[in-house]
Design a protein around this ligand. Structure first.
Ligand SMILES: [Zn+2]
Length: 359
């Protein structure tokens, strides 16, 4: 996870500024570093995401708004791009100080308004999933503590402007089309300015790191584990079709070649699935053993992340009929059910890789 030095063409920044969009980089305590929030200097005066719930983040937000000639109290609308705490922790505080409306995709509203209430259940389910995939009790317990302490960086949010997928959010100087594109999280929402060809994409597409399709509980409350990577790749395909010229991400630099970036992501996911298939072909392994074979012994905080990565790619292999899940006492293992060599697996991207198809 290297941080790009940020060699964005000044002409790109110029276009962003001309569009009345200002980038505010808010500090977070997480490994990802600063989070990008965007001020839309329009009517209503709008903040897209807020940063995490901390005094330091709030101070920075105030300072950076001030440098642009605005105050928190001036904000009229806050837009939430997705359910992760580094993006939404301050929304409630900023909304109560400013009286701004709060907009978020409708399917995320129950989760946002009840943030933290289901913490116990969420932790239980995550722990059960980790044990089932071979993560040791010790790590499960340690991770649970980390997750509990992270929750303080989030906050409940009152949403009074629920958004429908496909609706147009109208401003004095622009219209933003709301596009629900789940995968990185179940609530990922993009905001598309088709006139300017600028896309606000949050963590759906990030220049210097591949977005983790994290295992998370479905927003409709169902118990079934969703196939986060499959969902993500399907969403990414739709984004590839947009004639975007600038994509503004939730971390790092603006993207001005999203098709090439998305194609490189498809290729990376294909390679990673092939690598996992190779490992599974050698011997049947648990999700955790697969994660260790690729990343070695990672920090406790990364255990769930790497398991999510593995599960996402194993889903591709299971769906394509190359691998199956086998119960083995308390855990499940993955075993190969094909003699096909890894480099002959063909396209594993759901619905076909548009690059391989020449599209
Ligand atoms: Zn995120």
């Amino acid at each position: 996870m290297s941080q790009d030095a940020g060699e964005t063409d000044p002409a790109v920044w110029e276009r962003i500024t001309e569009a009345g969009i200002r980038l505010l980089r808010i500090p977070t305590p997480f490994q990802v570093g600063r989070v990008n929030t965007y001020l839309l200097e329009d009517k209503p005066l709008t903040l897209v995401d807020s940063g995490p719930n901390s005094g330091k983040a709030l101070d920075e937000l105030e300072r950076q708004l001030d440098a642009l000639g605005h105050r928190i109290e001036d904000l009229e609308l806050i837009v939430v791009t997705h359910q992760h705490i580094d993006h939404l922790g301050l929304v409630d505080i900023v909304a109560s100080r400013s009286g701004a409306d709060v907009a978020a995709i409708d399917v995320a509203v129950p989760f946002l308004e009840n943030f933290g209430d289901d913490a116990e259940r969420d932790d239980e389910e995550a722990a059960a999933l980790m044990r089932r995939h071979g993560i040791s009790e010790e790590v499960v317990r340690a991770l649970r503590q980390v997750t509990g302490s992270f929750r303080a960086w989030g906050s409940k949010i009152k949403v009074n402007r629920p958004l429908r997928d496909g609706e147009l959010l109208e401003f004095r100087d622009r219209g933003l089309e709301v596009q629900h594109r789940p995968g990185h999280s179940p609530s990922d929402t993009l905001f598309w300015d088709s006139d300017r060809r600028i896309l606000l994409a949050a963590d759906h597409l990030i220049k210097h790191i591949s977005s983790n399709p994290l295992i998370s509980r479905p927003l409709d409350g169902s118990a079934q584990r969703t196939q986060a990577l499959v969902t993500y790749l399907e969403s990414l395909k739709r984004t590839r079709e947009l004639p975007a010229e600038i994509v503004l991400a939730g971390h790092g630099e603006p993207i001005n070649d999203h098709v090439a970036l998305i194609d490189s992501r498809f290729a990376m996911h294909q390679r990673r699935a092939e690598k996992l298939y190779e490992l599974i072909s050698e011997e049947s392994r648990t999700g955790h053993e697969l994660a260790q074979a690729i990343w070695g012994d990672v920090a406790v905080t990364q255990a769930f992340l790497t398991l999510s990565e593995v599960m996402g790619h194993v889903d591709l292999l299971v769906n394509a009929g190359y691998v199956r899940e086998v119960e083995d006492g308390e855990v499940v293992r993955y075993e190969a059910i094909s003699d096909t060599p890894a480099d002959w697996l063909g396209d594993l991207i759901p619905g076909g890789n548009p690059v391989a198809a020449g599209g």
